[in-house]
Design a protein around this ligand. Structure first.
Ligand SMILES: Cc1cc2nc3c(=O)[nH]c(=O)nc-3n(C[C@H](O)[C@H](O)[C@H](O)COP(=O)(O)OP(=O)(O)OC[C@H]3O[C@@H](n4cnc5c(N)ncnc54)[C@H](O)[C@@H]3O)c2cc1C
Length: 466
């Protein structure tokens, strides 16, 4: 065998060689009316959800389910709204592979494109990352229910488990689970955000957020203004230019583009593995600094837009107001006014658990950083203050003692950044964050079932010899 079949055979052998300990160990549970209770429900079938499921199965926590609202193998941004050509992170970042070489994206790529092909590649094409994740799901036979959305989550005292309402094909169903992992994406602890001065002033036909569906062909020959200088702002500017926009003007607050990537600095063991172990003040200091250093487009993304004559950068040009006129959208900046036909908001997302419908019944019980830490004057950061104050294994912490079950929900979204560093919603942190997340879940289940395990020890009577 050669190519992918050979790799797949080698991978199956790796998995067989690494099976110890083999025994499934989590006692089965049902509700008082006999409904099955999952050990773990994972919400989100992207890289985070899949890697969590894979690692749990490796720890023989087998009664699990992943739900995702998208069609099969179309979770996350990659095939939906990501408008870059390649990943932004360097290709050598490993993460979902659990340390198994034959499960890495490099092995998968080389098995298909031949030896040396990886060395020749710059960054990983985004479609290839999505295809790798689909292969990963298939190879590990992960239980993913697609086109299934978690709409509500509440604690069911009688079942001693969560009741999770999921919608599939217009039908609602209630699943029960002992533990829940929210791997709901980069915006999973809040939502994508259009500043109100834009949303309140312009009709819907005049603007869009980079996360939204945009009819770029309809922008051919038009004047487009982009607010923001992060990677998505540049990606969308480039697509508008490639589709024939007459002019694309990109506006940003700083006096020059960020050109140093704090995320590349952060990719070393100490930070990735242990920033979450530091005290509150030090964590706040590090993460606030990283966010204030700012986001930037990868070089090729920057060049992709800059090569167009119709592209103009506007530094030191925060928008102070916009208004809709018959001539177009008039944008006011400290440098004057600019008129365009369409606005693209590259304004990212905000953290705010109250924006998550699925958490409507839980959020009042969840501790936030604003309740645990007050930064020194001048070091405030409103969005970080809204981050959930997570425990050592990404679990939410209860605001009061009478809702201990809050800690049975694990936040593996970007909302974990301040508490745990690079965890959910980034490839960079997966190598260390997945084992920490899964280790917390197995510890919590074992501790909760320790009486049952002790009883099984007392009942253990397998004779070694006759
Ligand atoms: C445009 C873009 C480009 C990025 N590029 C990179 C990069 O190059 N390198 C990198 O390291 N990181 C990158 N990131 C950051 C991060 O790695 C990605 O966001 C990645 O998709 C995170 O994986 P995830 O599994 O945590 O979330 P996702 O891949 O977003 O998967 C979460 C899934 O959960 C689903 N979901 C959410 N809520 C529910 C619900 N209630 N019920 C059911 N399903 C739900 C979502 O629809 C989604 O399919 C990028 C992010 C974006 C937005």
């Amino acid at each position: 065998m050669t190519g992918l079949p050979a790799l797949e055979a080698a991978l199956q052998r790796d998995l067989a060689l690494l099976q110890y300990p083999k025994r499934a160990w989590v006692p089965e549970r049902t509700t008082p009316d006999g409904q099955p209770i999952l050990d773990v429900l994972i919400v989100g079938g992207g890289q985070g959800g899949l890697a969590t499921a894979a690692a749990l199965r490796r720890e023989k926590v087998l009664n699990i389910l992943v739900v995702d609202r998208n069609p099969p193998d179309r979770a996350g941004p990659w095939l939906n709204f990501a408008r870059m050509n390649t990943l932004r992170t360097p290709k050598h970042l490993t993460g979902p592979d659990m340390g198994i070489p034959n499960l890495t994206i490099q092995a998968w790529w080389e098995a298909q494109h031949g030896e040396g092909s990886w060395a020749q590649m710059g960054l990983v094409p985004k479609e290839s990352w999505a295809a790798y994740l689909a292969w990963y799901r298939r190879m590990l036979d992960l239980p993913v229910r697609a086109e299934t959305e978690l709409t509500a989550l509440r604690w069911d005292d009688e079942a001693d488990a969560f009741a999770a309402t999921v919608r599939h094909g217009g039908e609602d169903e209630v699943l029960h689970a002992r533990r829940v992992v929210l791997a709901t994406g980069i915006e999973g602890s809040g939502d994508w955000h259009v500043p109100s001065f834009i949303a309140d002033a312009l009709p819907a036909r005049r603007y869009a957020h980079t996360r939204w569906d945009i009819d770029f062909d309809a922008l051919a020959g038009k004047r487009v203004a982009v607010l923001g200088a992060g990677a998505s702002a540049f990606d969308n500017a480039a697509v508008a230019l490639e589709r024939g926009a007459a002019a694309v003007d990109l506006f940003f607050r700083r006096d020059k583009l960020v050109n140093v990537n704090a995320y590349r600095w952060a990719e070393f063991v100490g930070f990735l593995r242990h920033v979450g172990d530091l005290d509150d003040a030090t964590r706040w200091k590090f993460i606030r600094k990283i966010l204030r250093m700012g986001q930037l487009p990868p070089t090729d993304t920057f060049e992709r837009a800059r090569k167009h004559d119709a592209f103009t950068l506007h530094p030191s040009s925060p928008w102070t107001a916009v208004r809709d006129t018959p001539q177009g959208v008039v944008i006011t900046t400290p440098k004057g006014e600019h008129t365009c036909d369409f606005v693209i908001a590259g304004t990212g997302f905000i953290t705010d658990l109250s924006l998550r419908p699925e958490l409507a019944e839980l959020r009042e019980h969840i501790v936030l950083w604003s309740e645990r830490y007050t930064p020194p004057a001048g070091e405030e950061h409103p969005d970080l203050a809204r981050h959930p104050y997570l425990g050592p294994n990404f679990e939410f912490l209860p605001r009061t003692g009478d809702t201990p079950w809050v800690s049975h929900v694990y936040n593996y979204t970007f909302g974990c950044l301040l508490s745990r560093g690079f965890g959910g919603a980034s490839i960079s942190g997966m190598k260390y964050s997945i084992p920490r997340l899964v280790g917390g879940i197995t510890r919590s289940l074992f501790a909760e079932d320790s009486d049952a395990h002790y009883q099984s020890l007392c009942d253990y009577a397998v004779e070694e010899f006759q």
